[in-house]
Design a protein around this ligand. Structure first.
Ligand code: PHE
Length: 342
């Protein structure tokens, strides 16, 4: 005769081992089915002496009840578990709170422009702006480059066809803002003019067809090349710190005379020569010079009375050198890993 207590102990163990409703079904057949130990024990009752039968029968009945109860409990627990699992998998969680907008950063070029404005404002300049779409007159003619002047070839110009008789273009430099300022307000002028410029350039490590310049213009009595050189020196130290050297190299621009190119030591190779500086060790940041009397004359400013200087630097190049960026194209690739470093 099988001990009914043994039956419930065994049932307890099997039920605990069942980890899914499927498995539980198998356990149920094993515990209560036709071939279960319980049913076997019941048929064995017949072999017992009639005096022992009722007590043994009660014990078996009790065991069956206990097993059924345990089974029901286990089923409830497993059902709940499976329901929870299903909810986790196909739940459409309408309470999901998306992460708030992440904080962006000011683009390095914009930040450089802001810093440059600060440096020049600190030196006594005011900030002015002009349009990016210019007429031929402002971009070239008033800057001492009549139509077909060969010097226009120094700028790879993007022309616009707006159906107007006047030639219109995307400004190739910020120098036309000099003209606008001199027209709008007479001397004395101490101004910087930052903004976007466009040239038909093939992008490479230090050229992008859309770039930024900061123009400077000073017109006053008694301004000499010494003031120009001193201003550029002061600016270089203020922006790059004392370790970066700069030099002025004689050059030519139709709207300044004498003219110079402004270069700094290439920060990528520290002057040794590399791909970024085309092996020269120097990076050209812009041009400068004394305002050509022909420009003054076209605007009705008496060049016997007033003199002045002008400069135009590439903001992108300044940022590139200051932050030691080998290839300028990364400015426009919108790689978040680059943008976030700022
Ligand atoms: N506009 C010139 C350029 O883009 C730079 C320049 C500005 C030169 C002012 C002289 C004076 O190349």
């Amino acid at each position: 005769m099988i001990d009914p207590q043994e039956l419930t102990r065994r049932a307890e163990q099997l039920l605990a081992e069942a980890t899914s409703l499927d498995e539980l079904h198998g356990v149920q057949v094993e515990l209560l089915g036709k071939r279960s130990a319980l049913v076997e024990a019941r048929s064995a009752l017949g072999k017992l002496d009639s005096s022992e039968r009722p007590a043994a029968g009660r014990l078996l009945q009790q065991a069956r009840q206990e097993i059924e109860e345990m089974l029901a409990q286990r089923r409830a627990a497993l059902e709940q578990e499976e329901r929870r699992g299903r909810l986790g998998v196909d739940r459409l969680d309408l309470s999901e709170v998306p992460p708030g907008p992440t904080r962006g950063t000011v683009h390095l070029i914009q930040r450089t422009r802001d810093e440059l404005e600060d440096v020049f404002v600190g030196m006594g300049f005011v900030v002015a702006e002009g349009p990016e779409v210019e007429t031929d007159w402002y971009n070239f003619e008033a800057l001492n480059m009549p139509p077909a002047h060969p010097a226009r070839g120094m700028w790879d110009t993007l022309y616009l066809d707006l159906g107007e008789p006047e030639t219109v273009l995307l400004r190739t430099h910020t120098s036309p803002v000099q003209i606008r300022l001199m027209q709008e307000q007479g001397p004395p002028i101490y101004a910087v003019m930052p903004g976007r410029c466009y040239r038909r350039d093939t992008p490479d490590a230090r050229h992008i067809p859309i770039f930024h310049q900061i123009e400077g213009l000073v017109v006053d009595r008694g301004i000499s090349f010494a003031e120009l050189a001193g201003t550029i020196e002061t600016f270089t130290t203020a922006y790059f710190g004392p370790d970066i050297h700069s030099r002025l190299r004689p050059s030519y621009f139709p709207f300044t005379e004498p003219s110079a190119e402004f270069e700094v030591t290439c920060t990528i190779c520290k002057g040794k020569g590399c791909r970024t500086c085309s092996q020269t060790g120097w990076i050209e940041l812009g041009g400068c010079g004394m305002v050509d009397p022909a420009v003054f004359a076209a605007l009705g400013i008496d060049s016997e009375d007033w003199t002045g200087f002008a400069f135009g630097f590439g903001i992108d190049r300044l940022a590139q050198m200051r932050h030691v960026i080998p290839d300028m194209r990364i400015f426009y690739e919108n790689d978040i890993r680059f943008l976030r470093q700022i």
